[in-house]
Design a protein. Structure first.
Length: 151
């Protein structure tokens, strides 16, 4: 009886060790590799973490983040806004009212069909919109697309 208990204990401990090694090493490598080759679409059932968008629990990416980051890689396109490149590496809260007005002038001269492309271009160029302009941009994009869930 003691022998069976000893063998059962060794089997359980061995199984736990194998499971732990599998979790720590194999699944870590799989998740790192899947990040590089992730081809999932936004119809994923995984809820978005930290997203403030309404109805966002049905997607892994927030609609507002898709607007600003873009769903796919593209070449940088300028929308007669080259002067905004002077604001590279600025924080969204480090703009003066005059600088915000510069952003606003560009935003409100865009054609509605160019809004999403402009937002993606800004992101690809390493620019961060002022916080107030970002909100106006998201509101305009939502109005144009007819999607009121984007905030």
């Amino acid at each position: 009886m003691k022998l069976i208990f000893l063998l059962l204990t060794i089997l359980v401990v061995g199984g736990a060790i194998v499971w732990l090694i599998d979790r720590l090493f194999y699944h870590k490598n799989v998740s790192e590799n899947s990040d590089e080759t992730d081809t999932s679409d936004d119809k994923d059932d995984t809820p978005a973490q930290g997203c403030a968008d309404e109805g966002c629990g049905l997607r892994s990416i927030c609609p507002s983040e898709q607007l600003l980051e873009g769903a796919c890689k593209q070449e940088i396109t300028y929308y007669d806004d080259e002067e905004l490149d002077a604001f590279k590496n600025r924080d969204e809260n480090d703009y003066s009212p005059d600088e915000e007005e510069q952003w606003r002038d560009v935003l409100y001269t865009l054609q509605p069909a160019d809004l999403l492309g402009w937002g993606q271009s800004i992101k690809h160029r390493g620019l961060v919109m002022p916080a107030s302009i970002r909100e106006e941009f998201l509101q305009l994009a939502a109005e144009h697309s007819g999607n009121r869930a984007i905030k």
